[in-house]
Design a protein around this ligand. Structure first.
Ligand SMILES: Nc1ncnc2c1ncn2[C@@H]1O[C@H](COP(=O)(O)OP(=O)(O)OP(=O)(O)O)[C@@H](O)[C@H]1O
Ligand SMILES: CC(C)(CO)[C@@H](O)C(=O)[O-]
Ligand code: BAL
Length: 324
């Protein structure tokens, strides 16, 4: 799309005149909102108030990210744009969700590229606060996640989901969206956030967007950039294993042990942390005969890169696919 010359970085509480007005002027996104990069909570709140004042029934969609954007993130933006008048993307590498030996210091970052991608995708507002803005001096209150944080990644990343629920809750309070969009790639994160929103009565609809994959099947992930060529080909065995199990499931296999062992035979990575079939809603271990929507979830290391992936085993979805 053309006409995106006007691009503002807002540090002071500058507010658009009429954020909902459609306009062909340069600098306005399809929603009519001026494209802004916002660094402070004060400014993002002021923009939010201005939006609400101009069109009380307008919906604000929120896509929380850690940046280094790819097509997976852009699918969340697209889903938000389909349902909301305004889309806010946050870019914040949240220190609280990284363990002491994890990759916080080397996590990939490219803000100029992220800005460009957001502008091209008709994002209205990038909210990119610094760590000192999110965790102000004296910060000492955390959101303890519920049961969905316990299995799968829980034991391998102690404190991770507590860091996620804390920052997501804080970002929700800063942006005050009506809907928030999360990727199925982080399946457990979706369940943890849904539980939090229900338990804390947050007035936000959580939308899960299907995993976007590279043409070879690898789930897109910012961390894929750490992979060398041989590591990438080993990483591909993860999605191959999941697809193999899913194909057999679609052909009628419901025995979870057989499905798991089929996936296990295909996956060849350096360290498999878990490969499990869980109930798609509660993340509790699936019954041996699958009767409810389930998911196969996997995590492990390829070299020094930790990857996760999952695939739904959903009888309704299988029926729908077979009916085509
Ligand atoms: N391949 C994908 N398809 C759909 N959504 C995705 C995909 N990858 C990430 N997302 C979603 O984008 C949001 C932001 O994720 P994040 O910025 O951590 O990206 P990431 O690629 O998952 O990074 P990482 O490599 O650290 O896991 C999350 O809701 C995440 O689930
Ligand atoms: C939701 C999130 C942005 C919170 O930091 C992060 O966990 C992620 O990128 O999935
Ligand atoms: N997308 C998940 C963020 C993390 O691994 O910390």
């Amino acid at each position: 799309m053309s006409g995106r010359a006007h691009f503002r970085t807002l540090r002071s509480p500058t507010v658009c005149r009429n954020p909902w007005r459609r306009s062909s002027q340069t600098g306005r996104q399809a929603s009519g909102t001026e494209f802004s990069v916002v660094r402070t909570i004060k400014t993002v709140r002021e923009l939010r108030r201005a939006l609400a004042g101009h069109k009380p029934n307008g919906r604000v969609g929120f896509v929380p990210t850690m940046g280094y954007l790819h097509d997976g993130h852009l699918a969340l933006v697209k889903a938000s744009r389909a349902r909301c008048n305004t889309t806010v993307v946050s870019i914040f590498v949240n220190p609280a969700q990284f363990g002491p030996k994890e990759d916080l210091s080397v996590y990939p970052r490219d803000f100029p590229r992220d800005e460009r991608l957001c502008r091209e995708a008709d994002v209205d507002i990038i909210f990119a606060p610094g760590a000192e803005e999110v965790y102000r001096s004296g910060f000492d209150t955390f959101v303890e996640p519920g049961a969905p944080a316990q299995p799968l990644c829980g034991p391998f990343r102690p404190g991770h989901f507590r860091g996620v629920t804390t920052v997501v809750c804080k970002l929700f309070n800063m942006v005050q969206p009506d809907l928030a969009f999360f990727g199925q790639k982080d399946f457990q994160q979706c369940a943890v956030v849904r539980r939090m929103v229900t338990d804390l009565n947050l007035p936000i609809e959580i939308v899960t967007v299907p995993t976007v994959r590279d043409p070879d099947g690898l789930a897109m992930s910012s961390r894929n950039r750490y992979l060398s060529a041989p590591e990438r080909s080993s990483a591909l065995s993860i999605s191959r294993g999941l697809f193999a199990a899913k194909a057999v499931f679609q052909a009628g296999e419901r025995d979870s042990i057989r499905l798991l062992s089929l996936a296990r035979q295909t996956i060849e990575i350096d360290e498999l942390q878990y490969l499990e079939i869980v109930d798609a809603e509660t993340l509790t271990p699936a019954t041996s005969e699958l009767t409810r929507p389930a998911a196969i979830c996997v995590a492990g290391y390829v070299g020094s890169t930790r990857l996760i992936d999952n695939i739904l085993l959903d009888t309704t979805e299988a029926r729908r696919l077979t009916a085509r």
